[in-house]
Design a protein around this ligand. Structure first.
Ligand code: 5AD
Ligand code: SF4
Length: 454
């Protein structure tokens, strides 16, 4: 075990990645540094996700592996946190079968981590401290960011939508928005330290600042010069040094004309939107409680493409929601072919205990789900293959991330609309935006050459 080192395993979405950056920042403030591997770190944190069952399974798999290292290294502290910890059945399982875990905390008390951690370390006691609901947003927490030139910035937390399949409103609580001045201060500080790309994060960024009576956090309707999400984007667009702005996730029900107009007016807003549709069947959308139908979704896509013809649109789709018929699935295929997504994340419906869809008795058989899933993936790939032709020989600005994961001798980066491009180049280009000509555009990878630097 290497003293004063830590290792964080993050499961799930960007919100979790951002939370892990906060936890890493807190540990670094106390003089800890990142360990090369979890098995020899003094502090190991598993930041969990519960959106689908396989995330649960992966967590218990990693935790099982850690048991041995924990036994071998008496000073090792294993902490678990994140969405899974907000469920009583998980806490019960941990207490019964994994009582050697040193610290359990939840999504609502991350700011308490330094105190909880000190208790565990100094008193050598085990702690379980999970809050049911969120308190006021805590500002000014440290963060150890992964890249100096691109950063996640939370703008809101929680979700009020209660889609009938989804556990997130139960694990992340009600929507709370950060104050615009706090967000802007963070963005300015990032820009001053050389950050070029900002990814604004929230479960439903389009409802930024919309609160119901009794909720906590910022509410633009109560402010004299209230700032909604479109207003926030415009303010961030003016921050000197910020060259790219992205956001996720956008719920179609709240996608306003003002926001669509930002694609015309905000110079730094990337030509990209992630707009989860979940299903192409009106019946399923209704049962999912998505609050839009396919025609409304098509209308949004048309408006987005009118405002920004080259916009890349990505989505999330769930296959095999309870009661999904062959015809419902055909409607999803039809929607996918009409929208022609640039990319899509496809998921097999996963039963989440505590959600309304979980107790339905018309669950779709596994083999049917898989068969539909494969057909959907094929349809998406076919479109992606056709769309990749557009990129051939185009010269596009690419923010250089670093060496490619698949071939460390070349660099990798993303175009404005999110496409990954690998190309040969000197490491001094990392963190810069360079013009790259796409010499080989393929469905899943692109190769190019630098034609000109910033
Ligand atoms: N089963 C399958 N996919 C789900 N998602 C959320 N809940 C479930 C579930 N129970 C998907 C949705 C969401 C994405 C983050 O995860 O598509 O947009
Ligand atoms: Fe889950 Fe729906 Fe909220 Fe997204 S909008 S986090 S799918 S409840």
């Amino acid at each position: 075990m290497i003293p004063k080192t830590y290792y964080i395993v993050t499961f799930g979405c960007q919100m979790n990645e951002r939370d892990s950056e906060t936890l890493a920042g807190m540990l670094e403030q106390q003089g800890y540094t990142k360990a090369p591997e979890k098995k020899n770190a003094e502090v190991v944190i598993l930041n969990t996700c519960s959106v689908r069952e396989n995330a649960d399974k992966r967590f218990f798999g990693v935790l099982g592996q850690l048991k041995h290292s924990h036994e071998q290294n008496p000073g090792m502290i294993v902490a678990v946190c994140g969405c899974m910890m907000q469920q009583q059945r998980i806490i019960d399982k941990l207490k019964a079968k994994y009582s050697w875990v040193d610290l359990v905390f939840g999504t609502h008390n991350i700011s308490e981590f330094p105190r909880l951690f000190a208790n565990v370390r100094d008193e050598k006691k085990r702690y379980v401290d999970v809050w049911d609901g969120a308190g006021e947003i805590v500002e000014g927490l440290p963060a150890k960011r992964e890249y100096p030139f691109k950063a996640f910035v939370n703008i809101m937390y929680g979700c009020n939508n209660f889609c009938t399949y989804c556990i997130v409103p139960y694990t992340r609580g009600r929507e709370r928005s950060r104050r615009p001045e706090d967000i802007l201060a963070e963005v300015k500080q990032l820009a001053d330290s050389g950050c070029k790309e900002i990814m604004l994060l929230g479960q439903n960024v389009n409802s930024y600042g919309k609160l119901k009576a009794g909720d906590i956090g910022y509410c633009y309707r109560e402010e004299e010069n209230g700032v909604d999400f479109a207003g926030l984007l415009k303010m961030i667009d003016e921050v000197p040094g910020i060259e790219r702005i992205r956001f996720m996730t956008s719920h179609p029900k709240d996608l306003s004309d003002d926001l669509i107009d930002c694609y015309r007016t905000c110079r730094h807003l990337c030509k990209q939107i992630h707009l989860p549709v979940q299903s192409g069947s009106d019946k399923v959308l209704k049962e999912m409680h998505r609050i839009y139908d396919r025609e409304q979704y098509f209308a949004l896509v048309d408006k987005l493409r009118a405002a920004c013809p080259d916009i890349a649109i990505s989505t999330d789709i769930i296959v095999g929601f309870p009661g999904e018929t062959d015809q419902d699935f055909e409607d999803t295929l039809d929607l996918v072919r009409r929208v022609r997504y640039d990319s899509a994340f496809t998921f097999l419906y996963s039963v989440r205990e505590g959600t309304p869809a979980a107790v339905r008795d018309d669950q779709v058989p596994e083999d049917v789900k898989h068969e539909r899933f494969n057909r959907l993936v094929d349809a998406i790939h076919e479109i992606q293959e056709e769309k990749s032709v557009w990129y051939q020989d185009k010269v596009l600005p690419v923010l250089v991330d670093g060496p490619s994961r698949t071939n460390s001798r070349v660099l990798t980066g993303r175009t404005e609309n999110g496409r990954v491009v690998d190309f040969p180049g000197d490491k001094s280009l990392i963190g810069r935006i360079v013009n790259v000509r796409i010499t080989k555009a393929q469905t899943f990878s692109n190769y190019g050459e630098v034609v000109e630097c910033e």
